[in-house]
Design a protein around this ligand. Structure first.
Ligand SMILES: [Zn+2]
Length: 76
């Protein structure tokens, strides 16, 4: 499942959300101020190459093929 980065319209905080393809995130809330409907910054965040702190324990790398973010299926 890809990870999307959003920016809060209220306070400008950026946060990442693991989200199914096709969801627009319009019902997401800012973790800091609670404003609904953050702006999506980019949508090709399949392979960050780092174990995201927010999702540690959820399976490590978001790439299904590798854990380094450096394989051919990462495609970035
Ligand atoms: Zn906010």
């Amino acid at each position: 499942m890809p990870i999307y980065e959003y920016e809060c319209d209220g306070c400008g905080k950026r946060f990442e959300v693991r989200q199914a393809i096709g969801e627009d995130g319009s019902d997401l809330k800012c973790p800091d101020c609670g404003v609904v409907g953050p702006t999506r910054l980019f949508s090709s965040f399949f392979c960050s190459g780092s174990d995201d702190l927010s999702f540690s324990g959820a399976g490590g790398s978001s790439c299904s093929t590798c854990s380094t973010g450096n394989c051919t299926s990462c495609g970035i």
